[in-house]
Design a protein around this ligand. Structure first.
Ligand code: IVH
Length: 671
């Protein structure tokens, strides 16, 4: 048997080797051994450490996973704020940026460090005496969440800095992301387990990072690229490009795609090159970033509000790709609206494989003249729904036919009607149409309505098709026995669903009203109605005039509400739901402060806010008498923009609408 000193030496050697392989794999993108070989070394180290616990140190590769699951993330205040970047979309904006920089520096030509703009999540890594001590998310830029336990599991992040003389204190900033290949593997695994797939690598990375249990993060293989430091790195470095090189020496992955360029021409050249090679990168990017390369010059330029003057993000336009329309399906929505949807030959665009694209409505199909067999340009920007941008008319095959919307509902064969003032054609059958019934049930069960977990597409489909469920009230009569009789339904899942349905009985009046799916009554209106009337009977029996007294309820909405409750079938369903035990928490009749600057104002939320979820922000706005709308128009009073805000922010700028960040919103609401 080997003696203790030999074992200690072997342990050190294995650690060094494993660190080296991580570095090769993640930082250099040049693995020198296979995954299996890596695992073998790892297991050897694990075994030795198991036999000699006194040899275990916190920075051993075996100690990456080990933190206990958390109840919630702790808050971390960043030593220096993590700012955001201003965005540019056009060449002119880059010309203007360079002009501002040159004027600010009184310089003829400026060198810029150019890098890809990683489409992941910004994090901060704090090292003390060469060891990783704290890792945090960006949060609102001032405080983030402590995700040390999670980020320790990333093999791309050194637990210990490389090299002989690491700085005593160092904060590294960079982006956590999921490589495309790892994303594909993850989704493959999700499919095999029957779990939900992730939409794109960014969402997958976010979901994997924000896990309270680090063991889950550990299974996800996240990558990391460093792009700056939290404070000066010292060591006489004078350029940003030198900082990146130093970070690479210290063991951090730094992208190879970086460059130092001069002036506008250099920046635009870089943008074009990266743009052309984008699809070949191992990860998703949404643009490039330029930073004045000289650190002293960066200092001179400083910051405006929350973004540096020395840097700008040059974003890519929405991605487009060509494919063929294989068919045009007509979908029937909750209110009977018929939506033509193009079935496409699968095409990879904007980071996802697209197989469908909405054609919105009949007029839209006519305007674009999309036909089956056509080659079309599909466009997708960020997280938005893909759409058909245009037809490539030169490639239209002979004998295509103009698309006509069917005169009868494709699902229930009832008549399709289209009123003169509407762009939308509808199936006239209401809830007698199974498609509408399914959608109505899905809406009823949705998260912001009755929030019945587990009642998704497939199950609703089965329940309606097997004629077990006709109305929402029928859900409350389902038992485990009825449910388990369905195909592919295990008893365990059946009882979970029954429990979820039971749980949904305790709700709020606002959610209930919203859940009913009354035409033109969204969440906001449902809350106003709940607040003004206080109970469902009052709303059901209210006259149009009384309904119109409610904030933002105009004649059209009032009419929809009155019509809904005039229908005996609807009153019956409501009565059955109440009889089944649906009950409401007292929504403490909150006095709305009419003096609030938000009162009566229209807000649009866009991008990811650092602290509040969208729902929370919307709720706060409504609590102060404000309204939340989905699109920016001249009537919008405020646009609340978070990270990666897109076209809505542009529109707001164009229209001169006031733009708030989260902090400004909170200040407005709670001065
Ligand atoms: S530097 C002072 N470099 O973009 C700002 N940021 O809009 C320092 N990002 O939250 C940021 N790639 O998550 C920088 N090469 C890059 C980047 C990058 C992506 C993200 C980062 C930040 C956001 C700012």
């Amino acid at each position: 048997m080997a003696g203790a000193p030999q074992i200690a030496a072997r342990v050190l050697q294995l650690r060094a080797e494993l660190d080296q392989h991580n570095y090769h794999y993640y930082a250099l993108d040049r693995p020198v051994i296979s995954d299996a070989e890596y695992d073998r070394l790892f297991r050897e180290l694990q075994t030795l450490e198991g036999q000699h616990p006194e040899l275990v140190t916190p920075d051993s590769p075996t100690q990456r996973v080990g933190a206990e699951p958390l109840a919630e993330f702790a808050q971390v205040t960043h030593r220096a704020p993590m700012l955001s970047l201003n965005n540019a979309f056009t060449d002119d904006e880059i010309v203007a940026f360079d002009k501002r920089v040159r004027e600010g520096l009184d310089a003829e030509a400026v060198d810029y460090a150019a890098e890809p703009k990683f489409d992941g999540l910004a994090v901060s890594l704090v090292y003390a005496d060469g060891r990783l001590v704290t890792a945090a998310t960006r949060g609102d830029g001032y405080t983030g969440e402590d995700v040390t336990g999670n980020l320790r599991t990333l093999r791309a992040i050194p637990l210990r800095l490389r090299g002989a003389r690491p700085p005593a204190a160092l904060e590294v900033r960079g982006e956590v992301l999921m490589l495309r290949a790892d994303f594909e593997r993850l989704n493959q695994r999700q499919r095999e387990m029957g779990a939900r797939e992730f939409v794109n690598p960014r969402n997958a990375a976010a979901g994997s990072l924000r896990q309270l249990d680090p063991r889950i993060t550990a299974t996800r293989r996240l990558a990391f690229y460093a792009y700056s430091t939290g404070g000066p790195l010292g060591g006489g470095l004078r350029k940003h490009s030198e900082v990146l090189e130093r970070l690479a020496e210290l063991g951090f992955p730094v992208t190879e795609e970086r460059a130092v360029v001069t002036g506008v021409a250099g920046m635009l050249d870089y943008y074009a090159t990266i743009g052309a090679g984008r699809s070949k990168l191992r990860f998703d990017i949404d643009g490039v970033v330029y930073k004045v390369n000289d650190l002293a010059a960066q200092n001179t330029l400083g910051f405006v509000s929350r973004a540096p003057r020395f840097s700008i993000a040059h974003k890519f336009a929405a991605e487009e790709a060509m494919t063929v329309v294989e068919g045009i399906n007509v979908q029937v929505g909750r209110t009977g609206a018929l939506t033509p949807v193009a079935r496409l030959k699968p095409v990879f665009v904007g980071g996802v494989t697209v197989t469908n694209a909405t054609l919105h409505n009949e007029d839209e199909v006519r305007r674009k003249d999309v036909r089956i067999g056509d080659t079309v340009v599909v466009r997708r920007a960020g997280d938005v729904i893909p759409e058909v941008a245009r037809v490539v008319i030169e490639q239209r095959p002979p004998d295509t036919r103009e698309f006509v919307l069917p005169a009868r509902c494709p699902v229930c064969d009832s008549e399709v009607v289209r009123s003169a003032d509407e762009a939308i054609a509808r199936c006239s059958a209401g809830l007698f149409c199974p498609a509408q019934r399914k959608q109505a049930l899905l809406h009823f069960a949705s998260r912001r309505a009755m929030d019945i977990e587990g009642l998704g597409d497939k199950l609703v489909e089965q329940l309606v098709d097997s004629r077990i469920v006709h109305t929402p009230a029928d859900l409350y009569r389902l038992g485990v026995i009825k449910l388990s009789a369905l195909e592919r339904m295990a008893e365990k899942s059946a009882s979970n669903i029954v429990a979820a349905i039971e749980k949904s009985k305790r709700t709020t009046l606002a959610r209930f009203i919203y859940a009913l799916g009354i035409r033109n009554v969204g969440e906001s209106t449902a809350q106003d109605l709940a607040r003004s009337f206080g109970n469902i009977e009052h709303i059901a029996s209210a006259k149009v005039e009384a309904l119109q007294q409610v904030q933002d309820v105009g004649p059209v909405v009032a009419q929809s509400i009155a019509e809904f409750f005039a229908e005996p079938h609807n009153r019956e369903v409501v009565a059955q739901l109440l009889a089944a035990g649906v009950s409401f928490e007292e929504t403490a009749a909150r006095e709305i402060d009419t003096a609030s600057p938000a009162y009566g104002k229209t807000f649009v939320l866009t991008g990811a806010l650092p602290r509040l979820t969208r729902d929370e922000a919307a709720q706060k706005i409504r609590d102060h008498g404000g309204k939340v709308s989905g699109s920016v128009s001249k009537k919008t009073d405020f646009v609340v923009a978070g990270e990666d805000a897109g076209s809505k922010l542009l529109k707001a700028r164009e229209l001169g609408v006031a733009i708030l960040d989260e902090a400004a919103l909170l200040k407005l609401l709670e001065p």
